[in-house]
Design a protein around this ligand. Structure first.
Ligand code: PLP
Length: 379
């Protein structure tokens, strides 16, 4: 049975052209970008080009891009680095309950170190309330961090409106755009974003590289100390080959974004319609009209996620619950719990996420296999 990968929100296959861009570099490009000889200068030039592409992709300036090892590191730097650099202005931070753990665990760390954190709730559609944000802001608030689109449900937050609210407040606005970046056009200036996290492996780039956009007016304290790389904000000898792969993935993404959006919207519809046609009882989690085209999170009443994922895997379907697997058991999703409370959707929901290796045929095939499994469990 042909395996079908429907877990592109977890990670994506590396694009063939990205591999082609990186491969020769491993053999030929070994100079240290900090060296002044020609080997070093060549590496430096390629980093500058990659940084230029990253910056342009969000309408930012090259000096505002800090390469990191991951989306996680970008989130940590945004959170902890901003808090430490701005602590004389206040010690209050606002985020939301449905953030990625790269943000939530950084927030907990700051709480342990004297900062106050407000966790905004979300409603059953998965969106925060702008009124609640407004009400939570105080003179002490130095940072607001709300993710662009959620990794479990794909639900998109009202980023422009948040940017507008914060326009007249001292708080720095961070958004984790790790899931959104590959599908939504982002202009950091018009959206009022000060800090933005991105990760290459979600857009068919290599794993282990990301970037943090830092508006030039914002000060972020470094979390590592050493050389002068990344303008001393993130020292360490650069991962040049991954930067080149990341650059290629961004170029391809920018070129194909619109088409990808249409294709994934079509796959989502096809998948859902096929489940309906096969009379599978299900419910979609999250506001459908406010969700990334690449993600659908589905609750299957009368089932549980562990049995579903095991059976899916046995039948070649790679999908995911958004939550962490610990010692073979799946913990209830904090995102769905935030949306529904103690509802059974928290324990019977699966995330399907579409990407480059999918086709109409394998989407229909996947829906057929899912329908067979779910109907066997519930009927
Ligand atoms: N933020 C979001 C929304 C994510 O989906 C992920 C990855 O799943 C991360 C952050 C972490 O990114 P990385 O895997 O590059 O550390």
């Amino acid at each position: 049975m042909e395996p079908i990968y429907l877990d592109h929100a977890a990670t994506t296959p590396v694009h063939r052209d990205v591999v082609a861009a990186m491969y020769p570099m491993y053999e030929n490009l070994y100079g240290n970008p900090s060296s002044i000889h020609s080997f070093g200068r060549k590496a430096r030039q390629l980093i500058d080009e990659a940084r230029h592409v990253m910056a342009k992709s969000i309408q930012a300036d090259e000096k505002e891009i800090i390469f990191t090892s991951s989306g996680t590191e970008a989130d940590n730097m945004a959170f902890i680095g901003t808090a430490l650099a701005n602590k004389e202005k206040g010690n209050h931070i606002i985020t939301s309950v449905q953030e990625h753990h790269a943000v939530l665990h950084a927030a907990e760390y700051l709480e342990e170190n004297g900062f106050n954190v407000t966790y905004l709730p979300v409603d059953h559609t998965g969106r925060i309330s702008l009124e609640a944000l407004q009400a939570a802001l105080t003179d002490d608030t130095i940072l607001v961090s709300i993710m662009f689109a959620n990794n479990e449900t794909g639900v998109i937050q009202p980023i422009k409106e948040i940017g507008n609210i914060l326009n007249s407040h001292q708080a720095i606005f961070h958004t984790d755009a790790v899931q959104a970046y590959g599908l939504l056009p982002i202009d950091v200036t018009s959206l009022g974003i000060d800090l933005l996290s991105v990760s290459a492996h979600k857009i068919n780039g290599p794993k282990g590289i990301g970037f943090l956009y830092v508006n030039k007016r914002v000060h972020v304290q470094p979390l590592a100390f050493g050389g002068e790389q990344e303008r001393k904000r993130r020292p360490g000898t650069e991962n040049v080959v991954s930067m080149i792969g990341f650059q290629k993935a961004v170029e391809i993404m920018l070129d194909q974004r619109e088409k990808r959006n249409q294709t994934y919207a079509h796959y989502k519809e096809l998948f859902i319609n096929r489940l309906r046609a096969l009379e599978v009882p299900f419910k979609i989690n999250g506001a459908e009209s406010q969700t990334l085209n690449s993600i659908v999170n589905i609750s299957f009443p009368g089932t549980n996620v562990e049995a579903l994922l095991t059976n899916f895997d046995l039948n070649g379907i790679a999908a995911s619950s958004g939550s962490a697997c610990t010692a073979g058991s799946v913990e209830p999703s904090h995102v769905l719990a935030a949306m529904f409370g103690q509802d059974e959707a928290c324990t019977n929901s699966v995330r399907f996420s579409f990407g480059l290796n999918n086709t109409e045929e394998n989407i229909v095939d996947a829906a057929n296999r899912v329908a067979k499994i779910v109907n066997r469990i519930v009927k």
